[in-house]
Design a protein around this ligand. Structure first.
Ligand code: PEP
Length: 261
């Protein structure tokens, strides 16, 4: 039985002060939700926040007594070097964060990150002990021209090139985030989201084996809100959600966490 993974991506919101305030409020929400505490303690659900690099230390310290995971939003593939503005896997693990987003659509499209670089980042993350959340997703143009499956396949295969199935199952999470649904208020229908998440699981079976496919955690992201969580999470191949805007308010995000139970 795969665990559920409910994650917030804060993007470029919440500096250290706002991070502390958020976590204090979210802690109170969790304390008032014994069903959430139980699900996490039983290993049935994981809750994660991907926070800006400058807020990582505050988040790790603030969440020490909380049942939440803290992750970074990006990493460089080298351990150190002349890469102004970048952070590395050893820096992230030294702080105590355990996860990292790789290839979020804003990184792919605004910062022009390409599959080859993302593959190096996934390798660096996993070899350095982090869980890598590889984001894949097609643009509206790609969807409308019938290329969605081709694009997802390329991003999956190229992004995970050279990885072993066991490592993928244990240390990689794949998040399907159609670019046209991110921050736009347009959610993919439950059936559309399931179709691609099932396809991703099929790619894992093709590239590795049935066991890897069965164990791989696959998320959906794109305008997830408390109101649409239940429909999305009830799809057989969707194990969780990656939430942008609605993860910025503790009262909305806890509702998503509860609705995903
Ligand atoms: C995201 O940032 O990964 C995301 C899915 O954003 P939103 O929920 O705001 O669409």
């Amino acid at each position: 039985m795969r665990r559920k993974f409910i994650a917030g991506n804060w993007k470029m919101f919440n500096g250290p002060k706002a991070t502390s305030e958020f976590l204090n409020k979210f802690d109170a929400e969790i304390k008032a939700a014994p069903e959430v505490q139980k699900a996490v303690a039983d290993g049935k659900e994981e809750i994660a926040f991907f926070v800006p690099a400058v807020s990582l230390l505050t988040a790790v310290c603030g969440a020490k007594e909380m049942p939440v995971i803290i992750g970074a939003q990006n990493t460089h593939w080298e351990k150190s070097g002349a890469f102004t503005g970048e952070i590395s896997v050893p820096m992230i693990t030294e702080i105590g964060a355990t996860h990292v987003l790789i290839g979020h659509s804003e990184r792919r499209h605004i910062f022009r990150e390409i599959d080859e670089e993302l593959n190096k980042k996934v390798h660096a993350a996993v070899e350095g002990g982090l869980t890598a959340v590889l984001c894949v997703g097609e643009t509206l143009e790609e969807r409308e021209s019938g290329k969605a499956f081709e694009v997802i396949k390329r991003q999956f295969v190229e992004g995970l090139k050279g990885m072993e199935g066991k490592t993928v199952a244990e240390k990689v999470i794949v998040a399907y985030e159609p670019v046209w649904a991110i921050g736009t208020g347009k959610t993919a229908s439950d059936a559309d989201a399931e179709e691609i998440c099932k396809f991703i699981r099929g790619l894992a079976a093709e590239s590795y084996c049935a066991k890897t496919a069965d164990e791989l955690i696959v998320l959906y992201g794109g305008s997830v809100k408390p109101e649409n969580t239940k429909g999305i999470i009830s799809q057989p191949d969707i194990d969780g959600v990656l939430v942008g805007g609605a993860s910025l308010k503790p009262e909305s995000f806890i509702q998503i966490v509860k609705n995903a139970l």
